[in-house]
Design a protein around this ligand. Structure first.
Ligand SMILES: Nc1ncnc2c1ncn2[C@@H]1O[C@H](COP(=O)(O)OP(=O)(O)OP(=O)(O)O)[C@@H](O)[C@H]1O
Ligand SMILES: [Mg+2]
Length: 319
């Protein structure tokens, strides 16, 4: 569907923002681009619909070079949600959503119905919202309009650049569900940029993790969690891949009593649950150190109490 072949982008001849990347997005696939700020995600996305010209390499859409498409044909087939909210301020919400349908010369009634359907989909009452202007909406409401505007003319491909970043957790979750539903039912090909690993693991068929313009690993959420290519991937995915197993020793320590003449064995605050339990099988208590300084005591009884609670809850306490 979309293929990158040795694609690089250098702005003003500087260091490459995107450095010779190769990947394919399959038809109907939900691909998430993730990586630290400045890693080249937005640049990668904008090259697909030619908002940014590439420096070297080739991008194909349906087997044809994107440079061989007429620009209108390309843009009409690709819905785009910008990282910054970009509604036209002088147009109503209805007019904003209707831009591409108008260009495609849909009839008035079809456009009106589509706007109603899309506003309903993101929980904005069409009666109240269709005739307002963007500055009469909150940031999160504007962002929702930006998302549905990209869907309006039923494009084959949807590019979304951190589309949910200004939303509260509840609206965010609702829109995540909507987008999953949309992708499963009408099989859109979606390339979605986020900083948020939880969001990536939830939405993606495959995740493309970038750093400094390069692809570090591209694989299913499962592969990134269980077969990280290197420590960068492992750190990036971190505990998000193992909810319920993140263990924080700091929660279990007692203040340091004055243990004159007594030398408790030490353990680092960073220790995993498994390490703490192993040490406590030989010792009643351990002195917990942070940056080499003792900060408290953890003992066998505290951990037994914790584990009994976990077992009672049916929680997963392995680490
Ligand atoms: N118009 C531009 N001119 C010069 N350099 C640019 C331009 N746009 C982006 N860059 C540089 O290219 C690199 C990649 O930027 P890009 O916007 O693709 O990153 P990103 O991964 O989307 O980051 P973020 O998560 O912060 O949105 C950065 O070093 C950035 O400074
Ligand atoms: Mg960006």
């Amino acid at each position: 569907m979309i293929s990158f072949e040795n694609v690089s982008k250098k702005y003003n001849g500087g260091t490459p923002a995107v450095d010779s990347i190769n990947f394919t997005v399959n038809k109907g696939e939900f691909l998430v681009l993730i990586g630290p700020s400045g890693s080249g995600k937005t640049t990668t996305l904008k090259m697909i619909n030619r908002l940014i010209p590439l420096t070297t390499g080739t991008i194909y859409m349906n087997g044809k070079r994107i440079s061989d498409y007429k620009i209108d044909e390309l843009r009409w087939n690709i819905g785009y949600v910008l990282q910054q909210i970009a509604l036209f301020p002088h147009m109503t919400i209805e007019e904003n959503i209707a831009i591409v349908p108008e260009l495609k010369q849909w009839n008035k009634e079809k456009i009106r119905n589509r706007v109603t359907e899309l506003l309903d989909m993101v929980g904005l009452d069409p009666i109240l919202y269709r005739n307002r202007r963007p500055d009469e909406l909150s940031g999160g409401e504007q962002q929702r309009v930006g998302v549905v505007r990209a869907l309006a003319a039923d494009p084959e491909i949807i590019l979304m650049d951190e589309p949910f970043s200004a939303l509260d957790p509840i609206s965010r979750e609702k829109l995540q569900e909507d987008i999953i539903h949309l992708q499963r039912t009408i099989k859109k090909t979606i390339v979605f940029v986020t900083h948020d690993i939880q969001e990536a693991l939830k939405l993606a068929d495959r995740i493309c993790l970038m750093k400094e313009g390069k692809i570090i690993q591209l694989g299913t959420p499962d592969e990134l969690i269980n077969e990280p290519a290197n420590d960068f991937v492992r750190d990036f995915v971190g505990n998000a891949g193992h909810p319920g197993t993140d263990f924080d020793l700091e929660k279990f320590i007692h203040p340091l009593p004055n243990l004159t003449g007594q030398e408790a064995p030490t353990i680092s605050i960073q220790a995993t649950l498994a390490e703490v339990l192993e040490r406590l099988s030989d010792h009643d208590s351990l002195s917990v150190e942070k940056n080499g300084v003792p900060i408290g005591i953890v003992n066998r009884q505290i951990m037994i109490d914790y584990l009994s609670q976990q077992v009672a809850k049916g929680g997963n306490s392995d680490e």
